[in-house]
Design a protein around this ligand. Structure first.
Ligand SMILES: [Ca+2]
Length: 514
């Protein structure tokens, strides 16, 4: 059942053809730019923030007027899924593939640990497809999927014309370099076309934001696509230019969330002043739930940060779509969508093509974004993946043979174990804590069966990250872990299976301790 990410291997894509198609489309577009005629798209992705910190979703003790205004101006979604952690979410967005297919099931800091990286030759790219559809493309903020010392042109290869990225913490024998490159906020270490360097005395988020603002100004007369994975509000907790007095971690966290709001305000202001706001789709969302160290009240209930978990506080992400010329305003949507949907959705708006030779998991939400379809084409959405991958003597591999995951519809949610069996079904309309298991309930036989049938659609084994092996660079992590057999749930590894069962038992016992 093992399926490669790519149906046909080989480096030679039909690049020439796509470029030709892109050019032809661009040439047909030189005239007026009406709303809907290749709208600009800005995908803003916050790092580690759940709904409990946004007043438009019912979060308390937080002031986010620009985000609230964005929600009022468009559609606010309630059933949108990200993945539980950075790498799985970001790779899913970039490829339109679920983690078990693109191989990025676990988290991997490419610049810090070396070895695996997001290989442009082994994966499709939303940015490359947007570029081929005639869009000017840019990325700003956090990337972390490549080491820019090894591949300074990685962003270009992934399809971004312009970029301004925090490098990600770079592992190095020189500890001073590691320290410098870790900085994403004050004195940030940023990679652009002119190379990587520290911007002393500056606040990184201002630099990434100004870059996006400049890019909008320079490209306002043609369709543009911006992938803006903000560095904020992920740790380390810092004071911001607007709240220099923030002292405690909580005060800093609040200041950082409010700073994302301030930065969004500046982006919208720029779009308005350039008169492209009506033709620019802003998708505003987050890559995973808040860090577990922070809790906040959401509609009267205390919610703990759910980063790296598959409960709703980890994966049911805030998701707002706004474009005054195209998208209806003031709407609340229960439509199901997840991060794999962005690639086909944006490509449909762009009138482009997804890259050939790959299997995709996403479904276009074009009609849902336009407010033309309340109920969309999805029966379920999926959330899975977190914690570091494993480094073996053959390279970086997924830690599980089959990673546990969740799927949900508008009301019910199924937890699937690493043994590929259903472990829990909950009714989200009444069970906020996701604790009451309906799997054996005679009244819920039908829904349990319907959700359980989805498991058969998943490949038996999750893929591993697919990348061409690099020559040693000197700072990479070392490991002699055996390949494949180390995996939790590997059929030839009874110890691995034991740990699946042990984990299950521990989970079941947990509530009793309290
Ligand atoms: Ca994250």
């Amino acid at each position: 059942m093992f399926q490669s990410n790519k149906m046909e291997k080989g480096k030679g894509r039909m690049k020439t053809l796509w470029v030709a198609v892109g050019l032809a489309l661009t040439m047909g577009l030189v005239e007026a730019r009406e709303p809907g005629d290749k709208p600009n798209i800005i995908f803003i992705l916050l790092d580690d923030l759940g709904k409990e910190w946004l007043s438009c979703y019912g979060g308390e003790n937080i002031n986010t007027p620009n985000i609230d205004k964005l929600a009022e101006s468009g559609i606010q979604f309630h059933n949108a899924y990200s993945m539980p952690q950075c790498t799985p979410s970001r790779a899913c967005f970039m490829t339109g593939q679920y983690p078990y297919r693109n191989g990025w099931v676990n988290h991997w800091d490419a610049p810090r640990w070396g070895h695996a990286y997001f290989d442009w030759d082994e994966s499709p790219s939303i940015a490359r497809s947007m570029k081929d559809a005639g869009y000017a493309t840019a990325a700003a903020g956090k990337w972390q999927l490549n080491d820019f010392r090894v591949h300074p042109d990685a962003m270009v290869r992934h399809g971004f014309d312009e970029f301004c990225m925090w490098t990600g913490a770079e592992g190095a024998k020189d500890k001073e370099h590691s320290r410098k490159s870790t900085q994403r906020y004050w004195d940030p270490y940023i990679h652009t076309k002119t190379g990587s360097k520290t911007y002393e005395g500056e606040f990184g988020p201002d630099i990434y934001n100004q870059f996006v603002i400049d890019f909008i100004g320079e490209n306002k007369d043609q369709p543009f696509f911006v992938y803006y994975p903000m560095a904020l509000p992920h740790g380390p907790m810092v004071h911001t230019p607007l709240k220099p007095e923030a002292k405690s971690n909580l005060e800093k966290h609040v200041a950082m969330v409010e700073y994302t709001d301030h930065l969004l305000g500046k982006i919208v202001e720029k779009l308005e002043s350039e008169k492209v706001r009506n033709n620019t789709i802003i998708v505003w969302t987050c890559d995973n739930g808040t860090s577990g160290q922070f809790s906040n009240k959401l509609n009267g209930r205390l919610v703990r940060g759910g980063k790296a978990t598959t409960t709703e506080n980890g994966v049911n992400t805030p998701f707002i779509v706004s474009c005054p010329g195209l998208v209806p305003s003031g709407e609340q949507s229960q439509a199901l969508l997840d991060f794999s949907d962005m690639y086909p959705t944006f490509i449909e708006f762009a009138g482009g093509q997804m890259e050939e030779g790959y299997t995709y998991d996403g479904m276009s939400q074009h009609e849902v974004f336009l407010g033309k379809a309340e109920k969309n084409n999805r029966d379920w959405v999926l959330g899975m993946g977190s914690h570091p991958a494993k480094l073996t003597h053959k390279g970086v591999e997924s830690a599980y043979y089959f990673r546990d995951r969740v799927i949900r519809n508008e009301r019910y949610k199924l937890f699937v174990g690493a043994d590929r069996k259903p472990s829990k079904v909950v009714d989200l309309s009444v069970d906020f804590a996701e604790k009451h298991n309906l799997l054996e309930s005679p009244d819920h036989k039908e829904i349990c069966q319907k959700l359980t049938e989805v498991i058969a659609k998943f490949p038996e084994k999750d893929n591993d990250p697919d990348y061409e092996r690099l020559a040693p660079v000197g700072w990479e992590k070392k490991s002699k872990l055996p390949s494949q057999i180390h995996k939790i749930g590997h059929p030839d590894n009874p110890e691995g299976m034991k740990s699946v069962n042990k984990k299950k038992t521990q989970k079941k016992e947990k509530p009793k301790k309290k």
